[in-house]
Design a protein around this ligand. Structure first.
Ligand code: 5RP
Length: 216
């Protein structure tokens, strides 16, 4: 359950991000409750933008708000991507994927000239901690889980791309090393550790104020 102050902060961060969207932009829309505040804000302004969505839920919401949502198959670059996060550390490392959409979120963020992260004040942490969400290939699932000690399959339906959601519960003290290891395990489609090099800006709402952290 989202506490009222946190829900309000998600709206504050989302409105600040909506101000960054300009006519003509190709915009990637993330997934989650913070992005669910962004989409209606864009819908009210109705900028002349083309959107791609990182989940069916976001796509449905964006279409309902009158936004032009395209499949992400023929668009090679985006001007801006906006998404939430589960954790943000002081260097700009993110943990994402609480909503299980991190594979598409990673592809969209990587395709964007600017990736802006919108979070409430409960998301910044001094050090990242478990769990780290994973998406695993169904083929060889038991073998992949065996290769990932401390990982449990999530009780969730397959992703829209047929992936199996899981959570890594081990040590996250060195995110770069952990990301490298997860990348090296066959069967890991993607993980929720996003490096600072992918992140342009983090907008942290604290009450009605927005702290702007420039990362990359
Ligand atoms: C979904 C995500 C979300 O951005 C993350 O879980 C934050 O969600 P919320 O905005 O609901 O707090 O990574 O896969």
């Amino acid at each position: 359950m989202t506490v009222p102050g946190i829900a309000a902060e998600k709206r504050v961060a989302a409105l600040a991000a909506a101000d960054l969207v300009e006519d003509g932009m190709r915009v990637g829309l993330g997934t989650g409750t913070t992005v669910a505040e962004l989409v209606p804000a864009l819908g009210r302004r109705r900028p002349a933008i083309t959107c791609v969505a990182t989940s069916p839920a976001t796509a449905e919401l964006a279409v309902a708000q009158g936004l032009d949502v395209r499949p992400f198959s023929d668009i090679d670059r985006l001007d801006l991507a906006i998404d939430g996060a589960d954790q943000v550390d002081p260097a700009g490392w993110l943990v994402k994927g609480g909503g299980g959409a991190h594979t598409r979120e990673r592809i969209v963020a990587a395709a964007a000239d600017r990736f802006v992260v919108i979070v409430s004040s409960d998301k910044p942490v001094d050090r990242l901690h478990a769990p780290v969400p994973l998406e695993l290939l169904a083929f060889g699932l038991a073998a992949t889980l065996h290769a990932l000690p401390g990982t449990t399959r999530r009780d969730a339906p397959p992703t829209p791309d047929g992936g199996i959601l899981a959570d890594f519960h081990g040590d996250v003290a060195d995110p770069a090393r952990l990301a490298e290891w997860l990348d090296s395990v066959p069967g890991v489609v993607s993980h929720g550790l996003f490096p600072p090099s992918m992140v342009s800006t983090v907008l942290v709402a604290r009450g009605s104020e927005v702290e702007v952290r420039q990362i990359a």
